[in-house]
Design a protein around this ligand. Structure first.
Ligand code: DQA
Length: 151
């Protein structure tokens, strides 16, 4: 019987649809569709199953977390600006009791003071910041390794 693959929900928050155009000095020149391709390729290589969603709406992100609570085994999230204030997004992530990795394209610690604080970080396994789109592939690799340790 084929080995069942580990299922990961990847969420991109507000304004991440504009990466590639938006402040390239912070977010690079890769388009989100190219980043998503990298995520899918890495997932395939690692035998992980991914679903990827970008939304500019907090409610849509929260609904997606609820809807995937039985499908997903882990969540990778770049909450965009919601990182710094969305208790509702944090509560949704907490409610579904799935391991979460928080990713930021830019080094949020080297920017404005308000970006240094994440309301999401305390409920995550960890954060990967400042490594551009590699953050997502590194997060997939970490989940794979963590899963192998448990099995
Ligand atoms: C971001 C950092 C946030 O502070 C910002 O609001 C974003 C993108 C990042 O990926 O570096 O939208 O999450």
């Amino acid at each position: 019987m084929a080995e069942t693959s580990y299922k990961v929900l990847v969420l991109h928050g507000p304004n991440l649809n504009l990466v590639g155009f938006r402040e390239p000095e912070f977010y690079g020149r890769k388009l989100l569709e190219n980043i998503d391709e990298e995520i899918k390729e890495e997932a395939k290589r690692l035998n992980l199953e991914v679903r990827i969603l970008q939304s500019n709406s907090e409610g849509i992100l929260i609904d997606a977390i609820h809807e995937h609570r039985r499908w997903a085994e882990a969540i990778i999230v770049n909450p965009g600006g919601l990182t710094h204030y969305s208790i509702a997004l944090r509560d949704a992530l907490t409610a579904v009791r799935l391991p979460v990795i928080e990713v930021h394209l830019s080094n949020v610690h080297a920017r404005e003071e308000f970006r240094r604080h994440s309301v999401i970080a305390p409920i995550t396994l960890g954060q990967i910041v400042g490594l551009g789109s590699h953050g997502y592939t590194l997060a997939l690799q970490a989940l794979k390794k963590l899963q192998e340790e448990v099995v």
